[in-house]
Design a protein around this ligand. Sequence first.
Ligand SMILES: Nc1ncnc2c1ncn2[C@@H]1O[C@H](COP(=O)(O)OP(=O)(O)OP(=O)(O)O)[C@@H](O)[C@H]1O
Ligand SMILES: [Mg+2]
Length: 367
Amino acid sequence: MSEQAFISIQNVDKYFGKFQAIDDVSIDIGHGEFFSLLGSSGCGKTTLLRMLAGFENPTNGEIYIDGQPMSSVPPHRRPVNMVFQSYAIFPHLNVRDNIAYGLRKQKLSKAKRYEMVDEMLNLIALPEYGDRKANELSGGQRQRIALARALILKPKVLLLDEPLGALDKQLREQMQLELRALQRQVGITFVFVTHDQEEALTLSDRIAVMSEGRVLQLDTPSGLYERPRSREVASFIGTMNFFEAKVREAKGPDLVVEAEGLGTVRGNSGERHFAEGDTVQVAIRPEKFQLSEAKPNGGDPANAVQGRVGNAAYLGERSHFFVEVAGGGKPIAVSAQNKGVKSSSDDTAEDVWLSWTDDSVVVLATD
Ligand SMILES: Nc1ncnc2c1ncn2[C@@H]1O[C@H](COP(=O)(O)OP(=O)(O)OP(=O)(O)O)[C@@H](O)[C@H]1O
Ligand SMILES: [Mg+2]
């Protein structure tokens, strides 16, 4: 276990009968980190969270929290608390009694309990709501009560399983900001489950992208976005253009490739090295392209292609459109800052040059 790891998941497998839901997962999570598990439905997020909480045990491997192996520690003795997607707050109890619910087994005076509840009500910005019945609250307010009920027990780790899943987009975005601010304020470790990549990118210090029980990539939000290490991760996070390509020159990670539809492209393959003649994929995000009327890059033929704009959509600050390149190939998705007022119809059927920098090119192995 690395020294700073507060939670250490080590080579964990989980089988349900013959079905393997978790496949050799190792993750270290730091103290006070906002850590997210991101992946599509059925990839094993809830299963991993339930093993942290102690509701399931790993078939193989070990989970450590705060340096202690958890295999023989029952759920109620673990320094964690879980907020479920269907946050079961009690409709017949008022807000105060809902928040205080977990304290009932602790021998505390009524005054002390009230003091702690008031502190929580302030924290979740609902100071006046203590006497309100839980069924007289909005979805977002209920969500905050569920959080307060978990936080009042002062867990060292809060496990959140799609806690914002039931909320509409606007409330969801508001709650995301509040959740992040709350986590910073209380400084406890959050393990947050979501299948929404935007939500994970907005909230997290680091993210584990999962698929079929495995971790595909564990990285910071910008690391996942700028340096995806596989096509699966690259296409799961945001929009990405992919081009088949062949390596023409390789000097360590520095490559010159010939890409279908793009021509000569310079790029860097990071830790992964390729050799001359290898088939690779070149990936470029839509917003990494610069548009110009004149031939760009001082005439340097690499990292530039000429095309024709079609299907423009004007969306406030940015335009999203496809550029059809000469010589066929699939249209390239481009997203550009709108300079001045220009309607979408002005953009159509315009000849443009697309250019890009070396460091906006991601080079991936072919699947
Ligand atoms: N108790 C169980 N018995 C058998 N199979 C299970 C059990 N719990 C989960 N699974 C299976 O394990 C896999 C992972 O399930 P899990 O609930 O962890 O997915 P998830 O990533 O949380 O998905 P979602 O986003 O839909 O909530 C699924 O294929 C699921 O059917
Ligand atoms: Mg789940």
